[in-house]
Design a protein around this ligand. Structure first.
Ligand SMILES: Nc1ncnc2c1ncn2[C@@H]1O[C@H](COP(=O)(O)OP(=O)(O)O)[C@@H](O)[C@H]1O
Ligand SMILES: [Mg+2]
Length: 333
């Protein structure tokens, strides 16, 4: 990864568009004079917000490179309330709005990811539960989000709450999600990214997600005790890696709910960067009311308020995540 370790936070007050992949150079033909010489609308915070909002409102205007190999990320952290679900849906939306096809698999019985994507998930809807116990095919369970034709979701219903126990006695209990999400299904859907939203536990549902994916994305909240429990998560990841899924690795860490007004947030960010190094995305998700309001309207923040700091930070995170495909590839070659 290039660039310094500093966080790209709060674009409303601190936006440097030259660092954006979609930065459009100033129009040279335009006359400019006086103190504003050389400054274009995109250079101002409001201009940058307008540009991002326009990108969301006109999907397809910016296209991220398709990964050479489909990428599947499990979003895990057994701590509740750290931003797993928020990250799953907003990152998915950010990738979709920039031209990639994304499938979100909701593995949390609360079904909050399904809600935020505007996908029905009342009891009886074919869901991740029926998929895991082998009652439906993924094709029968998948739904398109009403907000984007590039965004799909296999929803979770409350029935999933019993799955943790039901799975225990099943054959290949740790491999059921992996086996269910067949390559044929994912290819037919032409999916570029699969994001799996995990429940706040390290039970069989999370293990199924860790077996199905190659990559783990750990969201870490910039608060007290941020790293509490992460050691246990990493040990579980190592166990799954050594016994069930040798390709599994923590590819991505995302700092969430960053509050720039507190010293604590910076200390946590520094500690996490010290621990996870380059896996930590430079984009940081600020604590933002818009982000927390969006699911109440069955929307991601990109649909709810495309110009907001929350939407911008997830767009940045999505771009960075997609760019890493290219850089990983470059290192391999
Ligand atoms: N960046 C943010 N700013 C403000 N509130 C947030 C942000 N990210 C998440 N939240 C809120 O925090 C709560 C927990 O987030 P959630 O994504 O559900 O966590 P998890 O899935 O890890 O339990 C939710 O109410 C959510 O709306
Ligand atoms: Mg959740």
């Amino acid at each position: 990864m290039s660039g310094g370790p500093e966080a790209t936070v709060s674009r409303e007050t601190n936006h440097d568009p030259s660092r954006s992949a979609d930065h459009v150079p100033p129009n040279q033909d335009e006359p400019a004079s006086g103190p504003y010489e050389g400054i274009t609308l995109e250079d101002t915070p409001i201009g940058a917000a307008a540009q991002r909002a326009s990108q969301v409102l006109h999907p397809g205007s910016v296209t991220l490179p398709k990964p050479e190999r489909r990428r599947m990320l499990t979003i895990a952290n057994q701590k509740g309330g750290v931003g797993k679900t928020t990250t799953a849906v907003n990152l998915a939306s950010a990738l979709a709005v920039q031209g990639l096809t994304v499938l979100v698999v909701d593995l949390d019985p609360q079904g909050n990811a399904s809600t935020a994507l505007g996908v029905p998930h009342h009891s009886g809807v074919p869901s991740s539960y029926e998929l895991l116990i082998g009652e439906v095919t993924p094709k029968e369970a998948v739904q398109q989000s009403p907000h984007s034709e590039k965004l799909y979701c296999i929803p979770a219903t409350i029935d999933l709450a019993g799955a943790e126990i039901e799975l225990v006695s099943m054959v290949a209990r740790e491999n059921r999600l992996k086996n269910a999400l067949s390559a044929a299904f994912l290819s037919e859907l032409d999916v570029d990214f699969v994001l799996v939203d995990c429940p706040p536990s390290l039970g069989l549902l999370t293990v199924n997600a860790l077996v199905a994916a190659n990559e783990v994305l750990i969201p870490i909240q910039c608060e007290y005790y941020a790293l509490e429990g992460v050691g246990q998560l990493l040990r579980n990841i190592e166990l799954v890696k050594s016994h069930l899924n040798p390709e599994l690795h923590v590819s991505t860490v995302l700092l969430t709910m960053y509050d720039g007004r507190t010293k604590l947030a910076d200390q946590v960010a520094e500690e996490v960067r010290g621990h996870f190094g380059d896996a930590v995305l430079r984009a940081v998700i600020p604590r933002s009311v818009k982000v927390s309001e969006a699911p109440g309207y069955g929307m991601t923040v990109l649909d709810y308020d495309p110009g907001s700091r929350g939407a911008m930070s997830y767009l940045d995170a999505g771009r960075e995540l997609a760019a890493r495909t290219a850089s990983t590839k470059a290192q391999e070659n």
